[in-house]
Design a protein around this ligand. Structure first.
Ligand SMILES: Cc1cc2nc3c(=O)[nH]c(=O)nc-3n(C[C@H](O)[C@H](O)[C@H](O)COP(=O)(O)O)c2cc1C
Length: 308
């Protein structure tokens, strides 16, 4: 069983991944970068810096691309290949309207030309290991023709978040659709969605014994030890979890303070999202104060409210 930290724009940047891997090193987690896209025929500089950051050394990081047609996919793969990248994850699931309106992300699921583009690139670039991260499409049945095409090529894995684009990130998971993909995929399947506790992961691993892996996003942002706890089968005490989360946070904060040139305001805007999903871990009072802290002094006072 493999464990994956899901890409989450605005959270899992190179520094976050680096210090997470350092604190929770025993897990052997695979990290995926937030999606990389083309802008005027070039990879956005910020995306490239993140994908090629020296902070990526020492743990597994797979760059993810988002595309809308064969030209974009080919260009992204070529540009990354030229930079030495040999593992690429293909985003076929992003539900953000800014992306889907342009035919990217979840909009590629029901588009046969996008399915062919993926098939062609995987077939023609055997020197690159590809994976696909998908959701069900705009409607629930859209994944079926895509799966038939993906079954004709060799992927490292197919990661499935069993929701439609209009579900965004909440509401009932479509587990029947996941059952069908799990049964019919010729590629190894990774499950992704709503794993918040070690017991959630255990339930999935029990229900799907042949699963290749589990990917966790928001659950691991709110409880960064979660993947370690799942991998080792050992749940940590709340005080231990908070102590280690604070260690991880301290290193990340120090890094932002030493590397960002925009002062406290910029540091706060980078570090505040760290707590976005952590209310159940740290309690409502500290969580609310951290969220609204407008100065570093107020932020430090709020941090001290987290009791271990
Ligand atoms: C704010 C936000 C940003 C995200 N950015 C990406 C992204 O760049 N690429 C991607 O494949 N998925 C992205 N996702 C989706 C997550 O990787 C994951 O599939 C989703 O949150 C469901 O898993 P979870 O329930 O474990 O969080 C994002 C999700 C959120 C909430």
């Amino acid at each position: 069983m493999k464990f994956f930290f899901a890409p989450v724009q605005g959270h899992t940047d190179a520094a976050y991944r680096h210090f997470h891997a350092k604190e929770y090193a025993s897990t052997g987690v695979v990290y995926t970068t937030p999606f990389i896209r083309l802008e005027k025929g070039e990879i956005r500089k910020k995306d490239l810096r993140d994908a090629l950051s020296p902070l990526n050394v020492g743990h597994d990081v797979v760059p993810q691309v988002i595309f809308r047609n064969a030209e974009e996919l080919d260009a992204l793969v070529e540009l990354l290949y030229a930079e030495g990248v040999r593992r690429i994850d293909i985003n076929m699931g992003c539900p953000f309207p800014l992306q889907t309106a342009r035919g990217r992300g979840a909009a590629t699921v029901g588009n046969p030309a996008c399915a062919s583009a993926v098939r062609d690139i995987v077939e023609s670039r055997q020197d690159i290991t590809f994976s696909v991260k998908m959701r069900l499409g705009f409607r629930e049945e859209e994944w079926e023709p895509l799966l038939s095409v993906l079954n004709t090529v060799r992927l490292d894995h197919l990661c499935v978040h069993p929701r439609t684009a209009s579900d965004q990130y909440s509401g009932q998971l479509h587990m029947q659709a996941f059952d069908a993909i799990y049964a019919r995929s010729e590629n190894p399947v990774v499950y992704n969605g709503d794993i918040l506790l070690p017991s959630d992961a255990l339930a999935i691993m029990t229900r799907y014994p042949d699963l290749h892996g589990i990917m966790v996003g928001r659950g691991a942002l709110g409880r960064p030890s979660l993947l370690e706890e799942i991998a080792t089968g050992k749940e940590l005490e709340a005080s231990e979890r908070k102590r280690r989360m604070l260690d991880f946070h301290r290193e990340l904060l120090e890094y932002y303070r030493s590397s960002l040139i925009g002062g406290d305001h910029q540091v706060l805007s980078k570090i505040s999202p760290f707590w976005e999903y952590a209310e159940p871990e740290i309690g409502r009072k500290a969580w609310k104060e951290l969220k609204k802290a407008s100065t570093m002094a107020k932020y430090q006072t709020a941090l001290a409210m987290i009791t271990t």
